[in-house]
Write a protein that binds this ligand. Sequence first.
Ligand code: NAD
Ligand code: GLY
Length: 370
Amino acid sequence: MAVIPVNIAGRPYEVRVGAGLLAELVPYCRGRLRKRGVPIITDADVYAAWGGIVEASLRDHGHEPHWRILAPGEQTKSWDELSATVNWLLELEVERGDHIVALGGGVIGDLTGFCAAILKRGCKFIQLPTTLLAQVDSSVGGKTAINTPAGKNLVGAFHQPSLVLADLSALETLPQREMLAGYAEVVKYGLIDDADFFAWCDANGAAMIAGDSALREYAVAHAVAAKARIVAEDEFETTGQRALLNLGHTFGHALEAETGFSARLLHGEAVALGMVLAARYSAHLGLMPRASAEHVAQHIGQIGLPAALAALDLDCSGADLVRHMLHDKKMDAGTLPFLLMKGIGQTYLAKDVSLDDVGTFLDAELARGG
Ligand code: NAD
Ligand code: GLY
């Protein structure tokens, strides 16, 4: 098992990565579950796959789980569900020193974390991420949020968990499409600042996705360590370090908006294609060698993720996609900071990108074949 410290000043915590953690939940929580009753929030699909194991591991140690089982899917990150879940926690008389447990993917982690951030002005929570995306990204770093009619993740708080237990066994029941979507956030760390890790992904990504357990542990632990380092340096995304984690997200967000934030395009799929577009746009600006940008596209495509706009069959223009970008929460006094690449592993934040030029570039990408 790998143990990765997240050294947030004054509130350090650890992420454990390994197989079988859910079955041994109570010992790994090391006294954090201080009462008999344990509030635990999940979704119906995760409950069906892992509820029994978690229930048994809590009861074997004298705890009584109080389950809140929500509908799977993005619509659960809503004002209504936030309000109902906070009221449920209040009825359970959860105190500030108690831990709420989140068992699931990024949807459950983000909602539970936001409940914990606001309940009694802040109580504790434990992340038990069950998707690859949640294990390598959303469960670590303390970003919590819900969606509103104005957009995704527009209301939330920074609130760090006390512990993250990433059980690799959970990935055995994860649908293949969700596994691939999570992989986009794995390879992202190579593209940001770690060319050696991108090369590792090139050599091992397919076998890791197919189920090799040693490769899975290496990939998840390496990605978590990269995220932990960045978050410890820039917890509140003020210095620009943490913003690097948004590589591919500006293009990706526009694509998610154009496809109605629906199952047509999962978040990780949008990030994958967004990273290809960021690489190609960087090459278009002469920043990155064209061959390196095509290497990124080839890797993403070979893994089974969308690597060309043609794959989405969109009926829109480049300007339509740029219009979606204007609602990005990274907009700052009329300009949109863009993550561009000088090469694989050399991502940086550019503040002088012309959105008209991005629109023209996207028109050309829309016209190009798969
Ligand atoms: P998700 O939580 O919707 O899970 C995807 C699907 O997989 C769901 O249907 C779920 O029921 C199912 N599932 C989860 N684990 C399973 C398992 N082990 N076996 C079988 N089925 C399982 O999606 P996600 O991709 O984990 O998370 C996406 C969310 O994360 C988005 O809302 C996004 O905004 C958020 N996010 C947050 C951060 C952050 O830093 N807080 C970072 C990235 C993404
Ligand atoms: N997922 C981006 C971040 O945590 O900052």
